[in-house]
Ligand binder design. Structure first.
Ligand SMILES: *[C@@H]1O[C@H](CO)[C@@H](O)[C@H](O)[C@H]1NC(C)=O
Ligand SMILES: *[C@@H]1O[C@H](CO)[C@@H](O)[C@H](O)[C@H]1NC(C)=O
Ligand SMILES: *[C@@H]1O[C@H](CO)[C@@H](O)[C@H](O)[C@H]1NC(C)=O
Length: 382
């Protein structure tokens, strides 16, 4: 029996040593990073193609699964973003005015890892600097794009501060489904110079990146190109409302009604702001945001200003951002009889009070006068 126990112990320690050795071996298993990491620019103004190849050491691996961890630096959010994929390429939207930083690691999982859950290689890295052309102040200053009632879009810019006077600008754009960037379909001019671009509705695609580049040439130094990327549904500005009507209610108050603005924005996506405009005063008296097409304003809110106007924008259910439309024309009620009533009442009340106070003062004066006269008479008699 002892012999049996000893034998068992020996077997156990042998097993333990074998296990330890296996652990040591596990530590030595490494994975190679991907090879041939490259970034391609297919001419889409910022959407770049990152691709890489399988390391040769993993070419014939069949019992393990291989995937890749891709990291790239997002300048807008100032952090690294992480993507995991089994593919050998990935498209990423970059800002071409900033440097581009990408890392890819191989990840190995399965029996060939010697027990580890997942093995990770060192990263293959790329760091590209944007080509510097032209002085920084030759770049245009900002781009403002407004998607008017979802029918057409105008993008306008102002010249860079240090711009040479003979600069001629070009705008290029790209969105999903276009093979390559295309030039602006219709330039907008001011004083004979290009300062914007008009896009007809059929060139516009929402809920996807819309990339724009404004570059140009000049007789002097080169112009530095400017790059922008946006989502068009966040740049919508509805048309002004022109169907506002006011209906005085029998029991006092007023009912405002309007029709949704013209254009291609679905009615469910709009919200409206109603403002009362007091006559002869500054600032609104009443402001109410609603998704309905009407609003009832109670009696007591009415006397402040019987004039109203309304405007609209896209509700946050339909986009992250939107522009308010222009205000509608101001519509006024004829002065409400109720208000007139209260006005007259107040005036009568004030007048009565003044008369009462005056009468009272007169009576007091008369009394005092009589008292003085009486005492004087007494003095004379004495
Ligand atoms: C993988 O297999 C192919 C064909 O069987 C062979 O030519 C190649 O050398 C192998 N690669 C490695 C890394 O073993
Ligand atoms: C402006 O950018 C477009 C699109 O990238 C390019 O085809 C064109 O050559 C550029 N023009 C200048 C003057 O840099
Ligand atoms: C706006 O009007 C609605 C309906 O009349 C009302 O329920 C709501 O309280 C009002 N909101 C404001 C901020 O006046």
């Amino acid at each position: 029996m002892w012999a049996k126990a000893v034998w068992k112990l020996v077997t156990m320690s042998v097993l333990l040593v074998a296990h330890l050795n296996q652990c040591r071996a596990e530590k030595e298993i490494t994975v190679d990073p991907p090879r041939d990491l490259q970034i391609m620019d297919p001419g889409r103004l910022g959407q770049l193609h990152v691709h890489w190849a399988l390391p040769p050491s993993l070419e014939n691996v069949t019992d393990c699964s291989v995937r890749f961890q891709l990291q790239y630096f997002d300048h807008e959010e100032e952090r690294w973003r992480v993507v995991r994929t089994v593919r050998l390429s990935y498209s990423i939207q970059f800002d071409l005015e900033k440097d581009i930083r990408v890392r890819v690691q191989t990840m190995l999982r399965g029996p060939c890892t010697g027990g580890a859950r997942e093995l990770q290689s060192l990263p293959a890295e790329l760091h590209l600097q944007p080509p510097i052309t032209g002085p920084p102040d030759s770049k245009i200053e900002g781009l403002s794009c407004i998607f008017y009632q979802k029918e057409y879009m105008d993008c306008t810019w102002t010249r860079g501060r240090g711009n040479p006077p003979y600069a001629k600008y070009h705008l290029y754009f790209w969105h999903e489904g276009m093979e390559q960037a295309a030039e602006c379909p219709e330039y907008l001019h001011s004083h004979g110079r290009r300062h914007g671009c008009r896009f007809p509705g059929d060139t516009l695609l929402e809920f996807t990146e819309f990339n724009v580049c404004v570059n140009g040439s000049s007789s002097g130094p080169q112009l530095r190109p400017a790059y922008f990327t946006m989502q068009l549904q966040n740049h919508v500005k509805p048309a002004a409302i022109d169907g506002l009507s006011l209906e005085p209610l029998p029991g006092g108050g007023v009912c405002l009604e309007w029709v949704p603005p013209k254009g291609k924005i679905p009615e469910d996506c709009l919200e409206f702001e109603v403002e009362s405009v007091p006559e002869g005063k500054v600032g609104p008296m009443l402001r109410n945001v609603t998704r309905e097409l009407s609003l009832t304003v109670p009696d007591q809110d009415l006397c402040g200003g019987p004039c109203f106007r309304v405007r609209s924008r896209v509700h946050q259910f339909c986009s992250d951002d939107s522009f308010w439309s222009e205000w509608s024309h101001t519509h006024c009620l004829p002065e409400s009889p109720d208000c007139l009533h209260t006005h007259t009442e107040a005036v009568i009340l004030c007048a009565t009070a003044i008369v009462i106070i005056m009468l009272f003062s007169l009576a007091m004066c008369w009394l005092i006068y009589r008292k003085i006269m009486k005492s004087r008479k007494k003095d004379i008699l004495l």
